[in-house]
Design a protein around this ligand. Sequence first.
Ligand SMILES: Cc1ncc(COP(=O)(O)O)c(C=O)c1O
Length: 147
Amino acid sequence: MSKKTVAIFVVHPFGAVLGKDSMAELRTMANENKLDIWEDCAQCYSGSGYTGSSFANASFFSFGPIKTATALGGGLAVLRSPCNKDDNGTTSHEQELERVSTLASTMRRIQETKHKQQPNNVYLWRVVKCIALHMISQSRYLCAQRK
Ligand SMILES: Cc1ncc(COP(=O)(O)O)c(C=O)c1O
């Protein structure tokens, strides 16, 4: 950790979600160093199974073509005022909620200006590409398959 560190970034690979106790420990460490916890949930979305840790400031989910739950693209961010954040008395719950709300507005503005909703034809093209890739991956002539 250095003076430039702003967050602890937790990745949950292959659906293996870090346990609650470990997240709580990280939260304590983050509080001591005034850091956020961001978690990468790109590989662990399973419907209502895991919706992010209450100890994280932000949880990011991805719905790309190779993810556990796919929409052939896109993602979402869950922003929250995490548990224990005000344990050290430096940040009140209200201040934290205001910070989350400001961050959410900024993200919404970026989405509206830089990453607008994609037109249907762009999404249709993505669907066609994914079907083609799926067919190639299933082809016995193009890909080696087990007997
Ligand atoms: C763990 C992890 N984080 C982030 C990403 C990137 O997600 P996206 O494709 O939505 O940018 C991936 C993509 O495979 C991933 O596996």
